[in-house]
Design a protein around this ligand. Sequence first.
Ligand code: ADP
Length: 220
Amino acid sequence: MKLIFIGPPGSGKGTQAKRLAAQHGVPHISTGDMLREAIAGGTELGRQAAPIMASGALVSDELMLGIIDERLAKPDAQRGFILDGFPRTLVQAEKLDTIVGDSKGNGSGNGAGGLRVLQLLVPDEAIVKRISLRRSCPTCGAIYHLESAPPAVDTVCDREGAALIARPDDNETAVRKRLEAFHRQTLPVATFYKAKQLLREVDGVGPVDEVFERIEKSLS
Ligand code: ADP
């Protein structure tokens, strides 16, 4: 399985991608998580990315391509992967083609090497509300929604017992900017894969389990 998830911020990409990766035994590669780890680890990459991410803008293609090139070269990614948050621009999508080398549409909805793209559809109005209620565990990365998927004990991670946090870029100003970046820079990526007949669109509105079922169905 080589799958790319495309969807607006807060569309549930991360949640669904994690599940799908566990189910299919392939790594879940989230560029957002990788950047947040770099920030937490105080690396040079983290120092460069932090202010850009906090503002809701996209990190440069040059930085992202370096990260993904390195990640996809690791042994665990050779059998497959689920990409979450990459590619987010046309430049990234074109470069991914040269790394994976197999997204040439052949009319069957499958690239020669099996690259597929899943787009989660969630309307903008739903996004701002969803994100304002999102919390995550700083230790294990588990994602909660205070209304639809709350932890057992308010604001504490079920697994780790750590205090849940809101991401610094989950404030309304940054969310609006992320949505704008999605429309302007990432939707053309969906169009790019649609032209190659690699794209499946899935309704991302509804309970997590239901959306997951739709995803599985669209991939089978
Ligand atoms: P979301 O999809 O909810 O916006 P992510 O965790 O995927 O969250 O990404 C958070 C931020 O990380 C983005 O707003 C952007 O600044 C940065 N980022 C992640 N992936 C990329 C990418 N492929 N290209 C540029 N910036 C990225």
